[in-house]
Design a binder for this molecule. Structure first.
Ligand code: T4K
Length: 400
C-alpha cells in the first residue's frame, strides 16, 4: 500500500464513509456547488498589475505588447515555431482552416465539443463525421481513411480531453488523400508527444475561462509553416499586411491586452497548476479504484498531459446504474458534472436532420457518448473534495 493511499484510508475512516445520499433524502455532500469548469485564477495580483499597465499605456488591443509577450511565452508550451493569439478558439479554427486552404468536406470526429463542427460549417465547409478510438476518444485513422472521397478538402483531428490523436496514423491518411491535416487542440495545452511526431499543418488551442489556462476568452493558432503563419497573421487581423493595407480576406480574431494579461499571469505559474491537476487526478484514481463499473479514463502513454478533465466511464452492467442516473445523483449532492461530450455532433441540430450526417454508423462514438461523465477538477477543488466526491460515487453504486 502506498503512503498516500494509507493516508487516504485514515482520512476516510476519520470522516465517516457516506451511507446516505441527498437523492434519497439525505443532506447534500456539498453546501455550495462544486463544478466542472470553475475558472482558475492562479495569479490575480499579477493580472491586475499587468492590466493596470495596459490601461496606463492606453494600448488595449491590436497586437499590443502584452499579446506579443503572451505569444512568446506560449511557444515554450506549444513547441511550435509560430503562435498567434486569438479572441477564442472557434475563430482560431476558422482562421486556421482558411489559412491552410481547407475546402469542401472536412473529416472530423463527431465526439467533440460542438464548436469543432460549427466553426467549420460557419465558413461554408461541410463536416463529415468519423468514429473514434474507444479508449482515447480520438479520431480513428481507419475510419477517416474509409471516409476520404474526391470531395475531401481537409482532416481535423481533436486531441480530446488532452489525449493526443494517433499523429502518425492521421498524417499518413492526410498525405495519401493529399489534403491538409489540422488539429483542434482546444483541450490540449501542455499536451505534447514525448518523441518527435508529425503534428499537422496547424493546430488551435483554447484559453476559454473553463480551460486549464484561461484568458477569460482566448485561443491560439500554432504552426511550424512560415507561409501558413503569414496567412494566419493577416487573416486574424482584417487581412492586413505589414504595411497595414488590406491585402486579402480576413476577419477580426485578435486577442485583447486584457486577455493577454491574464494569459501571462497564468502561464508564469503553469507548472504549479499542472502539478495540482496531476495530483488531483491521482487522488481520483485512488478514490475510484475499487468502485465497480466506474472507470477513470487514463492518459495515453507517450505524451505529456494536462489532466484538465477527469472523465469516468460508467458501465451500467457492473455499476448497477447508468451515467445519466449518476449525473442526477451527483447533482443532488451539488456536484455539477458535465456529460463531455454527449450527444455526438451528428445527433445535434443542424446536423441530425441532414442526410449527409445521419444516419451514421459510429458505434464507438455512441457508446462513449452514453457513458462518460466529467468530474470537478481545478485550482478551486481541494484534495478533500475529491475524496468526498469519490465517496458519493461509491455510495451511489452501493445503493444501486
Ligand atoms: N474545440 C473544442 C474541442 C473545445 O472543447 C472547445 C471549447 C472549442 C473548440 C471552442 O473553444 P472556444 O471558442 O470556447 O475558445 C465549455 C466552454 O465554454 C468551451 O470553451 C469548452 N470547449 C467546453 C468543453 O466547455 P460548456 O457548454 O460546457 O460551458 P458551460 O457554460 O456549461 O460551462 C462549463 C462549466 O464551467 C459549468 O459547470 C459552469 C462553469 N463555469 C463556466 C464559466 C464560463 C464557471 O464556473 N465559470 C465561468 O466563468 O462549454
Amino acid at each position: 500500500m502506498t503512503g498516500r493511499r494509507a493516508d487516504r484510508e485514515v482520512a476516510v475512516k476519520a470522516k465517516k464513509v457516506r451511507t446516505d445520499l441527498a437523492w434519497f433524502g439525505g443532506e447534500p455532500a456539498f453546501a455550495d456547488d462544486i463544478r466542472v469548469g470553475t475558472p482558475n485564477v492562479p495569479a490575480k495580483e499579477r493580472y491586475l498589475e499587468l492590466v493596470g499597465e495596459a490601461i496606463d499605456r492606453r494600448w488595449l488591443s491590436n497586437l499590443g505588447p502584452l499579446v506579443q509577450e503572451f505569444e512568446g511565452l506560449t511557444a515554450e508550451r506549444t513547441l511550435r515555431r509560430h503562435n498567434t493569439a486569438t479572441g477564442n478558439a472557434t475563430a482560431a479554427l476558422q482562421v486556421a482552416a482558411k489559412a491552410c486552404g481547407v475546402t469542401g468536406e472536412v473529416i472530423m470526429p463527431s465526439f467533440t465539443f460542438a464548436a469543432t463542427a460549427l466553426a467549420m460549417s460557419w465558413i461554408g465547409l461541410t463536416p463529415v463525421f468519423c468514429d473514434i478510438d474507444p479508449e482515447t476518444g480520438t479520431l480513428d485513422p481507419l475510419s477517416v481513411a474509409k471516409a476520404v472521397t474526391p470531395r475531401t478538402g481537409g482532416i481535423l483531428g481533436v486531441h480530446l480531453w488532452g489525449n493526443l490523436c494517433d499523429l502518425t496514423g492521421l498524417d499518413g491518411v492526410a498525405r495519401d488523400a493529399g489534403v491538409p491535416l489540422l488539429y483542434d487542440s482546444a483541450q490540449a495545452f501542455g499536451c505534447r508527444p514525448l518523441a518527435p511526431a508529425p503534428q499537422g499543418a496547424a493546430e488551435v488551442f483554447s484559453f476559454h475561462a473553463t480551460k486549464i489556462l484561461n484568458t477569460f476568452e482566448g485561443g491560439l493558432v500554432a504552426t511550424d509553416d512560415d507561409e501558413i503563419h503569414a496567412r494566419v497573421r493577416s487573416m486574424h487581423n482584417f487581412g492586413f499586411d505589414d504595411a497595414m493595407e488590406v491585402a486579402g480576406p480576413g476577419t477580426n480574431a485578435k486577442m485583447s491586452e486584457s486577455s493577454a494579461a491574464m494569459g501571462i499571469a497564468s502561464v508564469e505559474c503553469l507548472d504549479d497548476t499542472l502539478s495540482t491537476y496531476r495530483s488531483l487526478h491521482l487522488r481520483y484514481r485512488d478514490g475510484l479504484d475499487e468502485v465497480p463499473g466506474v472507470t477513470l479514463i487514463e492518459a495515453p502513454a507517450g505524451q505529456t498531459h494536462n489532466h484538465q478533465y477527469v472523465v469516468v466511464r460508467v458501465d451500467p452492467g457492473a455499476a448497477g446504474l447508468d451515467r445519466d442516473r449518476l449525473f442526477d445523483i451527483l447533482g443532488a449532492e451539488n456536484i455539477r458534472t458535465k456529460k463531455y461530450f454527449a450527444p455526438g455532433c451528428h445527433r445535434m441540430p443542424p446536423y441530425r436532420d441532414d442526410a449527409v450526417h445521419t444516419p451514421l454508423d459510429l458505434p464507438a462514438t455512441e457508446e462513449l457518448a452514453g457513458r462518460v461523465l466529467a468530474l470537478p477538477i481545478g485550482l478551486s477543488v481541494a484534495p478533500d473534495d475529491v475524496d468526498l466526491i469519490c465517496d458519493v460515487i461509491a455510495a451511489a453504486v452501493r445503493h444501486a
